[in-house]
Design a binder for this molecule. Sequence first.
Ligand SMILES: Nc1ncnc2c1ncn2[C@@H]1O[C@H](COP(=O)(O)OP(=O)(O)OP(=O)(O)O)[C@@H](O)[C@H]1O
Ligand SMILES: [Mg+2]
Length: 222
Amino acid sequence: MVGVQERGGKVGYFITLEGPDGGGKSTQLKMLVPKLRERGVQVVTLGEPGGTALGRAIRRLVLDPGCVICPQAEVLLYAASRAQAVYEVVLPSLREGKVVVLERFLDSSLAYQAAGLGIPAREVLDANRLATGGLEPDLTILIDIDPARARRERLRGTRDRIEGRDEEYQRRVREGFLEVARKHPGRVRVVDGSLPVAEVERIVWHLVEESLRRAGVLRDEK
Ligand SMILES: Nc1ncnc2c1ncn2[C@@H]1O[C@H](COP(=O)(O)OP(=O)(O)OP(=O)(O)O)[C@@H](O)[C@H]1O
Ligand SMILES: [Mg+2]
């Protein structure tokens, strides 16, 4: 793992937001960024896949319901988008001491492609080693939600290629995320995404603030 120290002297911090569709990742990201900026923290954010020109082109392909993509190719397309994000944005920003917040990272591949599609986790990790260079988030906030509930109450309109998969698939994805959380209790913090937005916001802020203080990125306000 590329630790804070090896990133080039300054202290950057890498946060990811993970979880099933509709849990509230984008909503929380939008609320978190201004709060960090208010405290003088330099923040860089991007969604995945996307965030770079290549990532956006890949995103169009992987989410297009008209595009036939085998599970192995799906893993590699996400990994390619991730590689571009890591080398174009994430690592340079961390080296400059910035806080980088990503919506989705490697844990999403473990959930959607390993747990969801049945590709062995080891193979998904191997395919992603080149993409991430071993970089791991310092903090992952897993916004957990029952996917059936998220679909019923939150996700309307047309479904993309992944959202169009059946309920059983979405259930495996959720379990996949929870399994990652169990394996990495130090890094992954689970938040109940079924709570009201403001309550999730409060919990997310508490977790982020605590972690950034511990890392010396945020200092006590005088
Ligand atoms: N805690 C919440 N309670 C009720 N509705 C919520 C909550 N959080 C988000 N929403 C709503 O649910 C919908 C999906 O939220 P959002 O886009 O933030 O989820 P997401 O996790 O980013 O989804 P995706 O995986 O598709 O990117 C939005 O309409 C949002 O306003
Ligand atoms: Mg989102």
